[in-house]
Design a protein. Structure first.
Lengths: 243, 478
């Protein structure tokens, strides 16, 4: 996988005192407060915490979809704070893949076109696109559903399509935001297994946001806990937190 | 994102809300149709007027005269301009050849009109006779010609005005067709070596003396009453007759009644009239002015290859020392009128398009709101603000292009309907059909281009609004 091997010894994610505050009238909401975090290349880390603890906000900051109020974020040795809007879009295209709780597929497009979308933004050649989409769909075992629309798929299948879409650009980092949140436990496990496969076989760094501790303990090599926008426990090594 | 991908995604998005986008596109097509229909009417009327005038041969014709006769060519109330050039050139055969050799000149013909007696078996009449070049066959006056046109340049044939035919035989004017008549005319002959000899045809002599002291009449001059000697110049007038067969009757005046020859009632081929050496009234003036016995012309009509070259030819003839006049001089105000007419028709037509463009704004703003989450997803997947902006631009452009194409087709159909209605109305009143609405190729292209430009302008605000959407907010939007 592109960048994965070279990033193995370097931290894939490095944040220093990152804060994200929102102003709602006179009140200041501190969604993320002075978070310093390091995730090694090829690591599978889980970000756990109750609802409203700032997990998703931190994930959006790492994805370059949101800007921190203060602090610095480095992903794959790239400082996100100094990037323009166009550069951030390029960063999202080439460096990260995202999976969401509610799948976020575009319902007017068939499975193939949904998975193909990031490649269109990357201006990949049409023939190359076809090869890579088919490869990604085979990886999530949905090659036979390529011409179906999302509405015709089960929740698990939709999430697998979303995973294929996140993988199709061969990113170095996979950011998964509650990918099993809308799925039953058996389907959720299947998705987690697929994510685990990507981490293992593609040496892809995975940061999983979840509130399901049992699932995280089973698949992630390290767990990071958040509460009230802060990291409350960050064990130094994966061995310390692995069950 | 590459343009084919943008077009593909935009087309998919447009198909997903087919009814709304379809109605918006119909709105654009109605706007474009009204624009095309109104402009095609303006263009059609302009072409109609232009065709009428150009078929009359006036637009590609330059009238040439000498500066001596400047006042004749000018309006009656114009200041008298006589002999205002030191050495004005004479419009003679040499000048005719010289003008004929100029670039873009296709023909140089004199305007030949004279008085003659037309004699039939039972009746005779004095009338104005005109010489018509064979090119006059294309004049629209001969569209309704009864009989036929001259069979050749030297054909002993005549075409008469319906008015003349009515005078000839009030009860059955068309009976003159195929009748043999005789035209009695005055021939212009060079002076004989000894003018005392009796002219066998019976005639007169016109002549003059050069106003030099050497031209004093010799004492032994036997020819009392005639001031001429060896240096004298002039011509004899001899009565001649020419049998002719009447082959056609024309109902309208040739050249739209705008040439002096138009006002003749009896026409013969111009080359025949020239060969016959018929004397015109202007020959008397020519004799007084000319410095030789050469035939001079009152006016030459110069045909130009196209109306666009008339100005060049006018300038070239002007440089030869002659005065020129063309109908283009007078029709510039007509052209200005049509430009203004087209402008106002275009403004009225564009109003419907302006309303339609608001429909595009509305549709796209609705689309931005509805597809907010989709825009957020696209941004999360790596679409830049510019990609999103271009996507909405292309959607607006595709609607504009489809609306433009449909609108042009609809406008063309409306134009055809106007033409059919006009033809029916004219037919009810025994008039030939006329094309009042015309859609030239440039109007097709310009209308579609205009529709696309207006649609893109209408897409500016929705596209920039879509591009500015916060992806985090957009993804959370349900």
């Amino acid at each position: 996988m592109v960048g994965a091997d070279s990033a193995a010894v370097q931290p894939a994610i490095l944040t220093r005192d990152v804060s994200r505050h929102y102003h709602m009238g006179p009140a200041v909401i501190r969604a993320v407060e002075e978070v310093s975090l390091e995730v090694a290349g090829g690591e599978f880390a889980a970000l756990l915490g109750p609802s409203g603890s700032g997990k998703t906000t931190l994930l959006h900051l790492l994805a370059g979809l949101d800007h921190p109020t203060s602090g610095s974020i480095q992903v794959q040795r790239q400082e996100l704070g100094g990037l323009s809007s166009e550069e951030l879009a390029r960063y999202r295209r080439h460096t990260i893949g995202m999976v969401f709780q509610s799948f976020n597929l575009i319902h007017s497009m068939e499975v193939f076109r949904n998975v193909e979308l990031p490649l269109r933004f990357s201006e990949v050649d049409r023939n190359e696109r076809r090869v890579r989409v088919e490869e990604a769909l085979e990886r999530v075992r949905l090659g036979h559903r390529r011409n179906h629309r999302p509405g015709e798929l089960s929740g698990g299948e939709q999430q697998r399509v979303a995973l294929a879409r996140a993988l199709v650009n061969r990113p170095a980092l996979l950011l998964a935001d509650e990918p099993t949140g809308n799925l039953d436990s058996r389907t959720g496990e299947e998705i987690m297994r697929l994510i685990g496969e990507c981490n293992q076989t593609l040496r892809m760094t995975v940061l999983l946001v979840t509130h399901e501790r049992a699932l995280a303990e089973r698949f992630a090599r390290r767990m990071i806990f958040m509460a009230d926008g802060r990291i409350v426990t960050q064990p130094g090594t994966a061995a310390e937190t692995t069950a | 994102m590459k343009l084919p991908d943008l077009v593909d995604l935009a087309s998919g998005n447009l198909r997903s809300s087919l009814l709304r986008n379809g109605l918006t596109t119909v709105g654009i097509s109605v706007g474009i149709a009204s624009l095309v229909a109104l402009l095609s009417l303006g263009v059609g009327l302009q072409e109609l007027a232009g065709q009428r005038l150009s078929r009359s041969g006036l637009f590609n014709t330059v009238a040439v005269s000498t500066w001596r006769d400047a006042r004749q060519m000018a309006r009656r109330d114009a200041p008298l301009v006589l002999e205002d050039r030191k050495d004005p050139r004479t419009l003679d055969e040499a000048a005719r050849r010289e003008i004929g050799q100029l670039a873009y000149v296709t023909d140089v013909e004199p305007e030949l009109r004279f008085v003659a007696e037309i004699r039939g078996q039972e009746r005779s009449t004095i009338t104005r006779v005109g010489g018509l070049p064979l090119s006059a066959r294309n004049d629209e006056a001969f569209d309704t010609l009864r009989g036929r046109f001259f069979s050749g340049p030297q054909a002993a044939e005549a075409v008469v005005q319906l008015e003349f035919a009515r005078e000839w035989n009030e009860s059955d004017p068309y009976s003159i067709l195929d009748q043999e008549v005789v035209m009695r005319y005055a021939e212009r002959q060079p002076l004989p070596a000894d003018s005392a000899e009796e002219d066998p045809g019976g005639g007169l002599e016109f002549g003059g003396l050069r106003d030099t002291p050497e031209n004093a009449r010799p004492e032994n001059d036997q020819n009392d009453g005639n001031d001429r000697d060896d240096d004298a110049y002039g011509f004899s007038v001899v009565r001649r007759q020419q049998p002719l067969r009447v082959v056609g009757i024309v109902e309208e005046e040739p050249y739209g009644g705008m040439r002096s020859v138009s006002r003749a009632e009896f026409y013969v081929p111009l080359p025949l009239a020239e060969r016959l050496g018929i004397m015109e009234s202007s020959d008397l003036r020519g004799t007084v002015r000319a410095g030789s016995n050469q035939k001079t012309y009152d006016r030459l009509m110069v045909s130009v290859s196209s109306p666009g070259r008339v100005m060049e030819v006018q300038q070239a003839i002007g440089r030869l020392g002659f005065r020129t006049y063309s109908i283009l001089d007078a029709t510039r105000s007509l052209q200005r009128f049509f430009v203004i007419l087209d402008l106002f028709l275009g403004i009225f037509g564009s109003m419907a398009l302006a309303v339609a463009s608001l429909g595009i704004v509305n549709t796209l703003v609705m689309a931005v709101m509805e597809r907010r989450r989709e825009i957020g997803i696209m941004k999360a997947l790596g679409a830049s603000d510019r990609d999103i902006q271009k996507l909405f631009f292309v959607e607006a452009g595709v609607m504009g292009m489809l609306g433009g194409v449909a609108g042009v087709a609809l406008g063309w159909a409306i134009g055809r309907g106007i033409n059919a209605g006009t033809a029916y109305y004219l037919a009810q009143r025994d008039f030939p059909p006329e094309t009042v609405s015309s859609v030239p190729p440039w109007l097709f292209a310009a209308a579609i281009g205009f529709a696309i430009v207006v649609s893109l302008l209408a897409g500016l605000y929705p596209a920039s609004r879509a591009a500015r959407l916060d992806p985090v907010q957009a993804i959370r939007y349900e």
